[in-house]
Design a protein around this ligand. Structure first.
Ligand code: UTP
Length: 292
């Protein structure tokens, strides 16, 4: 079976409690880093990796995500009339023409594994990508998902993005144990959700990028609620590993944990410093703030 991925799933039906009260009305994935919402960074990464079908798993309160990818008639007419072609291009290009967006609903926030399972009717049984938009990954070269898609195709195997985390933070992540490491890649032997540091098999943490075999759907549909009463993607992956090879890949790039407030602050500063028109002012503001 070819492991070429064309479809990407964006589970965006979580409650985003860490950003309350903002997330009472604004979905976490719509929070901006400088001038783009988090979801746009993840979508751009998926398209760069070769995906042309984007599946958003939303809930009934998250109209903002669908609205964002919809056509904004009034705004377009206004920008067109006033000759603001650059801005017009910007809002039209949120999705290139060859890419289609499909929305499915997760009726209840029953966990990440359950959210992925909701995309099954669109994905079928082919390999696909999962991107969690609150993990914002920046790389100068190819994006994290593109690196993983190439590896998945070469090895005909599922691939999960991992990163070393400080040992005292294992309780916040899925943690993997691997076999021999070859370059940035190793086969996963075990995966556990949020282990305490004293029982964690390593400090290699799963971050929000996955290339998964379509087989995961059957396994997820049989997965019982695990940690926190939710259907965990980690448990589905643990079942998948018993049948197929699953690789861990230390991607090249920097990850910002934009699911946490400090991560969003960090990403905002770093991305502002990368914008030519903002870098100097940002430095000046930071210097002044730190001198106080
Ligand atoms: P998180 O663990 O970050 O949960 O979910 P959350 O609800 O979004 O945020 P907090 O912790 O309350 O602040 C990881 C990813 O899984 C999605 C989320 O939208 C996020 O992208 N998710 C989680 C779902 O789509 N459905 C769920 O039932 C749970």
């Amino acid at each position: 079976m070819s492991f070429r991925i064309r479809k990407a799933v964006f589970p965006v039906a979580g409650l985003g409690t860490r950003f309350l009260p903002a997330t009472k009305t604004v979905p976490k994935e719509m929070l901006p880093v400088v001038d783009k919402p988090l979801i746009q960074y993840a979508v751009d990464e998926a398209i760069e990796a070769g995906c042309d079908t984007l599946v958003f798993v939303t809930n009934r309160y998250k109209h903002a995500v669908a609205d964002y990818f919809d056509k904004a008639y009034e705004l377009e007419v206004k920008l067109e009339k006033s000759g603001k072609t650059e801005l017009l291009g910007m809002i039209r290009d949120v999705l290139p023409r060859h890419v289609r967006a499909i929305f499915v609903t997760q009726a209840e926030a029953l966990g990440l594994g359950h959210a992925v399972l909701c995309a099954r009717p669109v994905i079928g049984d082919e390999p696909f990508a999962v991107l969690l938009p609150d993990d914002l990954i920046w790389n100068k070269g190819p994006g994290a998902l593109r690196q993983m898609a190439a590896l998945a195709e070469r090895e005909s195997a599922s691939v999960i993005a991992v990163q070393d985390v400080p040992p005292d933070q294992t309780g916040s992540y899925g943690i993997v144990a691997t076999g021999d490491v070859q370059g940035r890649t190793a086969q996963i032997n075990a995966i556990v959700e949020k282990p305490r540091p004293d029982v964690a098999p390593s400090n290699l943490a799963v971050v929000g990028r996955y290339v998964l075999s379509g087989r995961i759907f059957d396994l997820l549909s049989r997965t019982r609620p695990g940690a926190g009463g939710e259907i965990q993607l980690t448990d589905g992956i643990a079942a998948l590993m018993k049948e197929e090879r699953v690789l861990a890949h230390r991607f090249e790039g920097k990850r910002f944990d934009c699911g946490s407030r400090i991560g969003l602050v960090e990403a905002t500063i770093e991305f502002a410093l990368q914008h030519d028109d903002l870098a100097e002012d940002t430095r000046e503001i930071m210097r002044a703030a730190l001198a106080r």
